[in-house]
Write a protein that binds this ligand. Structure first.
Ligand code: PLP
Length: 442
């Protein structure tokens, strides 16, 4: 059976289309693109057959079936030759049940989709495996692409550098000089990307890479690129698959540039179109109060949207005031009877610390999502018996600076209510025992 996909304008009438083998990022009038699948061809296979195929591959021992993304390749990049796939074993991350933490939040059922448990430590791997595989294919077809480039302060550049290194494709990362932590710098450096440290801010880097990629054969990997969303949408499919092909009532995700909330919606809507599920979950997009343009638009009934200047937030990957995918996100939320919630710096750090006390180890962005759940349960929007899945976007170990500062009580303007600082003691058994007796009532 021939499955196909192509680019169409996201808000177009379907008449402007491009082959996925073309280097194209936007429509003629500057709009976003969307990858459109031949759903009629996919629908020739029954829902039961798709589920059986995906379940079989999930348990496979062989590559690329075992990858959560490539195990669903007919729904992702149907025309790719497996020889061109660049995979680091992404996807099929654990759907972690958190019953004790759920009870703390007043819920009966809460799962954490651990997308940060991935090669470079964030869900960006899911999109980058698709983008870099397609670049690999285009280079093999003779399309002149000399390198893949992005402007990013962290997770995107780590993923670009790693996947390009695997495929022996040069990569280049535009970063603002002196505004990047060592942890954010080290992954692209280690993987051999050319790291340009530029005398500007993040928006300046973004402007510069777009200018360079417009006239030179460097492939742009930033989040307007709709290929990435095809990989990210597999998270929705995995969630349903891991729940035994059942749909939860709520899926909660932190949002910055807002590609991911749209990608989740794409995954759910495709499953519904194919009859694999019979209803859509409600979506919650959670934003940091300091970077909340979608939240503001939501409060205004989505009638008006104004970009803002994002203020500094510890959830640094979502510190975005003018999200590329704002209209994608609004469409997603409207299709899913969605909700937008926000969290202050205090709320997101407390939510991280609380989740961690129940065995999680969340990044600040996931903290934003956890804080949102807490607020929506308290407000009665999320019912106590409804099943909630939170998409955890990065591994907490990538963001230890803010955790250390929280537990040390050194975060400006934040009360470390759940701090668990180390206890300094001399090397003296008697004094140690006194402390333990007091702590554990020995
Ligand atoms: C990129 C990123 C986000 C935001 O995703 P968007 O698609 O930009 O909304 C959230 N958390 C982490 C850790 C990220 O790297």
């Amino acid at each position: 059976m021939a499955f196909t996909a192509r680019y169409v304008g996201f808000e177009g009438d379907g008449s402007e289309t491009y082959s996925l083998d073309e280097v194209v990022y936007r429509t003629e009038d500057g709009g976003l693109l969307d990858v459109e699948h031949d759903v009629a061809a996919l629908a020739e296979r029954s829902p039961a057959a798709w589920k059986a195929l995906f379940d079989e591959r999930a348990g496979a021992r062989t590559w690329p079936d075992r990858s959560g993304v490539w195990g669903k390749r007919e729904w992702v990049l149907p025309e790719i030759d497996p020889a061109h796939i660049v995979s680091l074993g992404e996807g099929m991350s654990h759907l972690l049940p958190a019953p004790r933490y759920a009870r703390e939040l007043g819920l009966e059922h809460l799962w954490v989709k651990q997308c940060g448990h991935s090669h470079t430590g964030s869900f960006k791997d899911l999109g980058m495996t698709v983008l870099v595989s397609q670049v690999n294919r285009m280079r093999a077809l003779g399309v002149p692409i000399v390198a893949v480039g992005c402007a990013s302060t962290g997770d995107t550049s780590a993923a670009v550098a790693a996947y390009c290194a695997v495929a022996d494709i040069p990569s280049v990362v535009f970063l603002p000089a002196d505004k990047i932590s060592v942890a954010q710098l080290v992954q692209p450096i280690a993987n051999g990307a050319m790291v340009l440290s530029l005398d500007t801010d993040f928006d300046g880097c973004m402007r510069l890479i777009q200018e360079v990629t417009a006239s030179y054969p460097i492939y742009l990997a930033n989040s307007m690129n709709s290929l990435r969303l095809e990989g990210q949408k597999t998270v929705a499919i995995e969630i349903v698959q891991q729940l035994g092909w059942e749909v939860p009532e709520w899926v909660v995700v932190p949002g910055g540039n807002l590609g991911n909330v749209y990608a989740l919606s794409k995954g759910f809507r495709l499953m519904k179109e194919l009859g694999v599920i019979d209803r859509l979950p409600r979506l919650v997009c959670a934003q940091a109060h300091h970077a909340n343009p979608l939240y503001r638009a939501y409060k205004a009934g989505f009638d008006q949207y104004e970009p803002i200047t994002a203020r500094k937030t510890l959830a640094s990957a979502i510190q975005i005031g003018n999200p590329v995918s704002i209209h994608r996100a609004i469409a997603a939320l409207e299709a899913h009877d969605g909700v937008v919630e926000e969290a202050t710096e205090q709320e997101l750090m407390d939510a991280c610390a609380k989740g961690d006390r129940f065995g999680l180890f969340t990044c600040p962005h996931t903290g934003v999502a956890l804080a949102a759940i807490e607020k929506l349960v308290a407000a009665g929007t999320i019912g106590k018996d409804e099943r909630v899945v939170v998409v955890s976007t990065a591994h907490g170990l990538k963001f230890t600076d803010s955790k250390v500062a929280y537990h040390s009580g050194t975060l400006d303007g934040i009360a470390s209510r759940l701090a668990n600082p180390p206890v300094p003691l001399p090397a003296d058994a008697g004094q140690i025992i006194d402390v333990l007796k007091h702590a554990f009532r020995l």
